[in-house]
Design a protein around this ligand. Structure first.
Ligand SMILES: [Zn+2]
Length: 250
């Protein structure tokens, strides 16, 4: 895979890098996308029932069990080469921030330390009444829906459902990172989910070098300084090798 010299130099020199990841990155680990595309989970299940507060209130146990099945399936999956390269980049720049729209927790699993999760995470639960956060117990063999240890209300997955706003703090942090980076790399994002889709434009407007990695064209193509049209699992290892001359991300 050939890369432009400008791209390689920008990446080699960048001290503040943002990796902004979307469904495309998780998909290569075998995780079906939740929001977009033909393989989306919502092509097969009604999001009104499983991904809204009203659906949860109507039948909390059904929703809990549905997510329990998804979480069991996730346990067998692993981060892919794109996650590994992103995690390894922490040793190559002063400030590496991952902003993700994915809810699988795979960036952390791969070793990334600074991860902003815009749509929450399946690794966490929160209570319906007061939002008390509790780590999800993946080792539980029971589908029985647990209650909050602090207030007794039912637990739900701590993910952003349809009709819910993004978590304020996460989005604020993501905005700050996007306005203050040298290089912003948008990977596997469909670029049609707002307000998250604003972030690369923020970065570009602030003078960052904007790279997009996606097998498909998106609305961002014209703004990006460099578009790499392929899957992240292919491009990221090749890019690492071109920039650093080794395969030390493994
Ligand atoms: Zn609670």
């Amino acid at each position: 895979m050939k890369f432009e010299q400008t791209l390689i130099e920008k990446l080699r020199q960048a001290q503040r890098i943002v990796f902004f990841t979307g469904a495309g990155v998780s998909q290569e680990s075998g995780i079906p996308t939740f929001r977009d595309g033909l393989t989306s989970i919502w092509q097969h299940f009604d999001p009104e029932l499983y991904a809204t507060v009203a659906g949860f209130d109507n039948n909390p146990n059904k929703v809990w069990e549905w997510y329990w099945d998804r979480r069991q399936a996730f346990k067998a999956l692993e981060p892919n080469a794109a996650h590994d390269v992103i995690a390894a980049w922490q040793d190559k720049a002063q400030e590496v921030t991952v902003i993700t729209q994915n809810i699988d927790g795979f960036h952390q699993k791969a070793g990334s330390q600074s991860v902003i999760e815009l749509h929450g995470s399946l690794t966490m639960d929160k209570c319906r009444a007061q939002g008390h956060a509790i780590e999800h117990n993946f080792n539980s063999t029971s589908k029985q829906q647990p209650s909050c240890t602090e207030c007794g209300s039912l637990l739900r997955p701590d993910v952003v459902w349809f009709g819910e706003a993004l978590p304020d703090e996460a989005y604020d942090q993501a905005e700050i990172a996007s306005f203050n980076c040298d290089v912003f790399i948008c990977i596997g994002c469909s670029m049609d989910i707002y307000p998250a889709a604003n972030l690369p434009y923020n970065a570009s407007a602030s003078g960052a070098y904007l790279i997009q990695i996606n097998p498909n064209a998106t609305d961002l193509d014209e703004t990006a300084h460099c578009n790499l049209y392929d899957n992240a699992g292919v491009v990221m290892p090749a890019l690492w090798q071109a920039v650093w001359g080794n395969t030390d991300f493994i």
